[in-house]
Write a protein that binds this ligand. Structure first.
Ligand SMILES: Nc1ncnc2c1ncn2[C@@H]1O[C@H](COP(=O)(O)O)[C@@H](OP(=O)(O)O)[C@H]1O
Ligand SMILES: [Mg+2]
Length: 358
């Protein structure tokens, strides 16, 4: 199967990184504020080191674009030591699986180099055919991670500026699609209690859900989005960011009102929203940016996009056009993202257009 090794590596890398984020989540969390005023934690740095070292081991020639860099750690011995403790403590229980992603990191220096290995210019500079770029968000939804809500470790492989593989590790999503999605105190629920999924997709191969474990790759189950038609839109489950600064709750409310949706949207951080749709936990995801200063990276949607599309859903901008991966590193203002099943897509896009035009 195409991308078999890439998928296996990505699943194991994210599983290992989630061992670290789960452990960090059980401590008293604190964050450092970055230059863009967004928070970063020990979990973000540690997860990035673990995933990049796995990718570099398996695919040394591939470019990697990741959210964090190691500057803050190089300057801060205490913080660096803390991250290193967690990185050393995160190893898969299956030795064969662990060694297939390069085994434990050997030194603090290797850890810093791995973190800085995510500084590629990515496909913005990729001209030649067959160019491969991995896009990693080591903790997507850092605010959700800090408040005990949903977060995801998100990894996608883009070939010639198109997502061909995506994996979302969502430690706080329920494994059972009929269970409610926890939005607080979620870190207290672990694998043993039925929480933690790995949702993955490869172009043309469908979307698969696995239990997020601590050893080798678990058996996967194919998943599809729920089939919701126009007649059922009133009872569809909508989801949106917790943060109204990330997308406009007011616009979303006007859209759902127009569509006659009866229940309030489920608020959830991170690309766990895409995973929820792919798993049939929710039906529509609206993300309408609110300000011109909003410079969200397009990478933050790559894994989610393929996971939803391969589960039978649609992902586009507010005009219903496909997301433009070649446009560079940011999701341009006013474009936004709409995610829905095929049965309600036209109707949702038409409501979005009406509300934005008003
Ligand atoms: N002001 C801003 N500018 C750019 N991106 C922003 C932003 N505020 C939030 N984001 C993006 O939105 C993501 C969180 O989305 P959500 O609200 O769906 O949880 C953040 O991911 P990180 O948590 O990885 O930084 C970040 O990429
Ligand atoms: Mg992040």
């Amino acid at each position: 199967m195409p991308y078999e090794t890439e998928l296996r590596t990505a699943l194991l890398a994210l599983q290992r990184a989630s061992l670290l984020t789960r452990r960090v989540a059980l401590t008293t969390l604190s964050s450092v504020t970055k230059s863009d005023r967004s928070p970063v934690t020990v979990g973000d740095f540690g997860a990035q080191a673990l995933v990049i070292s796995a990718l570099r081991h398996a695919f040394p020639d591939d470019a990697i674009v990741a959210e964090e860099d190691a500057a803050a750690l190089r300057d801060n011995e205490a913080l660096r030591g803390k991250v290193w403790d967690y990185v050393q403590g995160a190893g898969l229980s299956d030795e064969g699986a662990e060694s297939s992603i390069g085994g434990p990191l050997k030194s603090e220096r290797d850890m810093l180099d791995a973190i800085d290995g995510g500084a590629s210019e990515g496909f913005a500079s990729a001209g030649s055919q067959g160019r491969r770029v991995w896009a990693l968000d080591p903790i997507d939804g850092t605010k959700g991670f800090l408040r005990g809500g949903q977060y995801a470790i998100a990894l996608a492989l883009l070939v010639d500026a198109k997502p061909v593989l995506g994996v979302l590790a969502c430690p706080n999503l329920p494994q059972d699609a009929s269970a409610p999605i926890p939005t607080e105190h979620a870190h207290e629920k672990g694998e043993g209690e039925g929480y933690g999924v790995l949702v993955s997709a490869v172009a043309g191969q469908g979307t698969t859900v696995r239990v997020l474990g601590s050893g080798g790759v678990a058996e996967g189950k194919p998943t599809k989005m729920r089939e919701v038609g126009e007649a059922q839109i009133g009872s569809a489950v909508f989801c949106e960011s917790v943060e109204s600064g990330h997308s406009s709750h007011d616009h979303h409310a006007l859209i759902t009102q127009k569509l006659g949706v009866t229940s309030s949207p489920v608020r959830m951080d991170s690309q766990a929203k895409y995973a929820s749709l792919a798993m049939g936990l929710a039906d529509v995801y609206l993300r309408l940016p609110v300000s011109a200063s909003y410079q969200e990276k397009i990478w933050d949607h790559a894994a989610g996009e393929i996971v939803v599309k391969e589960a039978g859903g649609m992902v586009g901008d507010v005009q219903g056009r496909p997301l433009d991966w070649a446009q560079g590193r940011t999701l341009k203002e006013n474009k936004g993202v709409v995610v829905a099943g095929k049965g309600v897509w036209d109707m949702v896009i038409s409501a979005v257009k009406d509300v934005l035009a008003a």
